[in-house]
Design a protein around this ligand. Structure first.
Ligand code: M6R
Length: 580
């Protein structure tokens, strides 16, 4: 399972209560099904079902599971449909070993064939882990786990327990896993939001490491069984930041946090960087669009050529990258598999690597030569909003560093607040359009990436088909789609390409297309070309993306809300994509 969530607890308290809370905090990672296993008096107890944590947890009464150790899992299905039998935890044939897994076991079919004595109960790749552990168990869970991971090809974060052992065994390769260190109790999480309520100390497992956890000890070993000394790191997030605080959705809360995030981000320090021959910006989804804005600012301000590539394609395009080049990966989670693979390739080819990352000590952060941590705080909504803004600030600061130019970034928080203050008008416009089936988004120059990002926001949370284009591309095909049922959002602030943007709007209007313009406050003439207008404050050309994107985030949010969509957990998506 590529994007599942894992939580574990071992201590003196009832595990189920704690695990239910922990797994709820990880639900953004997957929400097809959920399960929990606990251990009490030498017996494993398991409950699982399809659906979200709140529904399944309540329906199946998870909190009645007895015991002071256990783990829980929230699934995003890959191998095997979402169903009770495919939900984790999985048990070994004897029922004495339970496991949960995040990742993909690529050789599971071969392993299944070898495990002739095992009774398989699911269609998942993960179940082989439970049976392999049983086969390899000779009284030590640690030894069984070491032998088991030797056989696994693919990615995994694993939690395992044996009915006769008061311990949790964990292992990692390619899927994140952190151990929270408490007093007389310890925790496990796919990320620290699983246990940040209980402890601020965490050990992050690296690839091919395993851990054996009891209430009073955490021991980490390499894959040869040698004990490693891994001091805990301090977690700098708190639970409050990861709660909704009265907002209807995390996404809305996160949109509204942006002025403060901009203020916090102004103090980001850019480490010493040599001016490169060329920059490669590599990322996925929203982070990739931040990289595209980064190209516009870096080339304009610093005159450094920038190539932007979707991380999922970087390896397949035979990239000409090497010494003297700077590879910038941008990632909220720091765990995106494609971005990580691209980073590894860039390193192999001798480029310097810089990560713009939000999650502390995530894999990409740890593997990059240099890291700039963004100051977005925990982003829970699957649709990325505040992380994007914080990535832009980091990119603009790098451009400032390379060019010696200064942008009035300190004016942005107030201007973003003004866009947020117009939420009432934006939601009224959303009311007029929330029933349409198709949307076009267009922008030019600095706002071209925002057209792409605006369209992505709308499609992922409202399921309306939306396409983003460079305004000038309309005539080369997409304008054929324009009619009175296909509205266009045209980002047209008063910048150097304003006149061209207006003429694109006229072309659309002439073909009976409705237009929602994102325009500069005071631009009264725009109403001649647009059906509706969202105004943003006046700013300098390079800074408009910060304002237009917030307007489009709010628009997407309100459309999705009127369509009654599951905004924080859109169908088929997960927050962190840890396989290719
Ligand atoms: O964690 P990352 O920033 O690396 O994630 C990249 C994308 O998966 C992410 O931005 C995705 O596109 C979001 N759902 C967009 O809202």
């Amino acid at each position: 399972m590529p994007m599942c969530g894992i939580a574990g607890y071992i201590g003196r308290k009832e595990a189920a209560q704690i695990l239910l809370k922990s797994i709820r905090n990880l639900e953004y990672r997957g929400y097809d099904s959920v399960g929990m296993a606990t251990l009490s008096e030498g017996e494993l107890h398991v409950k699982k079902g399809t659906g979200k944590v709140s529904e399944v947890g309540e329906k199946l009464n998870f909190t009645t599971l007895p015991g002071k150790l256990g783990f829980a899992h929230t699934r995003w299905a890959t191998h095997g449909e979402p169903s009770e039998r495919n939900a984790h935890p999985h048990l070994s044939t004897s029922g004495k070993i339970a496991i949960v897994h995040n990742g993909i076991i690529e050789n599971y079919l071969e392993l299944k064939e070898e495990l002739t004595d095992a009774s398989f109960r699911s269609e998942t790749d993960s179940e082989v882990i439970a049976h392999l552990l049983e086969k390899n168990y000779k009284g030590s869970l640690k030894d069984a786990l070491l032998k088991t991971i030797e056989k696994l090809n693919g990615t995994y974060a694993i939690c395992a327990m044996h009915a006769e052992k008061e311990e949790i065994a964990v292992a990692r390769n390619g899927s994140p896993l952190a151990i929270g260190i408490g007093e007389n109790e310890n925790f496990v999480g796919s990320d620290v939001s699983a246990f940040v309520e209980y402890t601020k100390e965490a050990i992050y497992l690296d690839d091919f490491e395993i851990g054996i956890i009891t209430p009073d000890s955490v021991k980490v070993f390499n894959n040869e069984g040698r004990e490693l000394h891994k001091p805990p790191m301090r977690i700098n997030w708190d639970l409050e930041q990861a709660q909704k605080q009265g907002y209807a959705h995390f996404m809305l809360k996160e949109i509204h946090e942006q002025p403060q995030i901009i203020r916090d981000s102004l103090s980001i320090q850019i480490p010493p960087l040599q001016k490169p021959n060329k920059i490669f910006m590599v990322a996925c989804g929203t982070a990739g669009y931040a990289g595209l804005v980064g190209k516009y600012i870096m080339e304009k301000a610093a005159g450094i050529p920038v190539e932007v590539a979707p991380a999922s394609e970087f390896r397949y395009s035979s990239p000409i990258i090497g010494e003297g080049d700077l590879f910038i990966s941008i990632s909220q989670s720091g765990e995106t598999a494609d971005t990580l693979a691209a980073l590894r390739l860039a390193k192999e080819k001798g480029a310097k690597t810089l990560g713009i990352i939000n999650v502390q000590d995530s894999t990409i952060a740890r593997e990059s030569d240099t890291v700039i941590y963004t100051r977005a705080g925990p982003e829970i909504g699957v649709a990325s909003t505040k992380a994007f803004t914080s990535q832009l600030i980091a990119l603009y600061k790098i451009a400032e560093k390379f060019s010696g130019q200064q942008y009035p970034l300190d004016s942005l928080a107030q201007k973003v607040q003004a866009v947020l203050d117009s939420e009432g008008q934006i939601s009224k416009i959303a009311e007029k359009y929330f029933k349409v089936y198709n949307f076009l988004y267009i922008g030019r120059g600095f706002n071209y990436p925002i057209a792409l990002e605006g369209a992505l926001k709308l499609k992922e949370i409202s399921y309306i088909h939306a396409e983003g284009y460079a305004s000038g591309e309309m005539k080369h095909g997409p304008i054929a789609l324009v009619c009175d049922e296909v509205p266009t959002i045209a980002i047209a602030p008063e910048d150097s390409v304003y006149k061209k943007s207006v003429s694109n709007m006229q072309e659309i209007k002439a073909r009976k297309g409705k237009i929602i313009a994102v325009a500069t406050e005071g631009d009264s003439s725009i109403v001649q070309h647009a059906t509706n207008v969202i105004y943003v404050p006046q700013t300098q050309e390079e800074l408009y993306p910060f304002l237009s994107v917030v307007a489009l985030q709010l628009f997407a949010y309100h459309v999705a809300s009127l369509r009654d969509c599951d905004i924080d957990k859109p169908r088929n998506l997960a927050k962190s994509v840890t396989v290719e």
